[in-house]
Design a protein around this ligand. Sequence first.
Ligand SMILES: [Zn+2]
Length: 355
Amino acid sequence: MSPTQVETTLSPPRLSRSAGGRVQRLGRLLRAIACLVAVTACTGAVIWPLLPAPTRRGAADWVRSHAGLLSSRAYYAVSHRGWRSVQLGNWEVLLPPAGGVLHDHRGEPQVAWPHMEQGLWLSQAADEALAKLPAASGLSEAQIGQAGELPRLILYASQRQLAAIWRWPEAHATTGIYWGGSVGVVAPVTWLPVMHPEHPGLAALGTQGSSVLQSTLVHELTHWAHDRVSLGRMPRWLSEGIAVRAEERTFGHEAPAELIAARAIRAGQASIAEFAMWFGATDASRSQELQAYALARSVVCYLDHSALDGWDERILARLAAGDRFEQAFVAASGMTLAEVEKQWLRWLDVSAKPQ
Ligand SMILES: [Zn+2]
């Protein structure tokens, strides 16, 4: 390479005056942002150790929960680009891009069920699920009120679409999901029997279909209330156990303790720390995930039988007040998590084999 070529390569590009001015302004702006970030980081590093421990913990929780919320909002924004947001009654509903043909639960194409109509079903069912939430979730109306802004509802056109967006193997496909302030549900017509296709609306699902849709929504809304009120500090395993119980209550009755214990034993024993890792983990097998739900449900059943009534409501209240989970658990149930684990395993053996 000749010196001339080098010089040509290294010389700055020729810019028009206005373009050069824009570049300079942009440079100044970037430098100002970098300074601001550096000053904030330095100030934070100095102030952090001076804060009393509860404030530090509260600040860390706030950052963790809001960072999670912001990153999931950002993920939704990217993965749901082209989706349409509509306000249907009390709910903001995100509808998938138009053009796809919905298939019913038998795999028959159902072009007569447009996304908007599915969104309407969803918003109506969500109203009913919200009304059932206090009785089903075990939380007080005041606690549910503390959750504040209602979650956004996301209508997925199919289980395959939901799995693809969340990068799950299709075998992990589900019909509902809660994450970061949003509740996602797969279009009801694709997985629930439709009883009266000539009448649009929730009635078209029939009594059973409508109850199943509501129980799915009650499950996800229970996660929403836990997440919002505890600032993201309710452990997933406990929230799942309570959400499965809420589903049962939506149908009017909880499963009997012997059945819950028998299911847990059949699923296979695992420690709480172990099965807590299997929810939604892409490296967990489908059977491990189902095992985790059965075990979490049985821990909640054990607590219902051994702790004072309202233990679940009290845990959330303590978490909302800033307690760590272990503290909140002892204060609400009167037992440590280790004691509960030991007693729960003993209880499983006894309850699954009634005399
Ligand atoms: Zn769940």
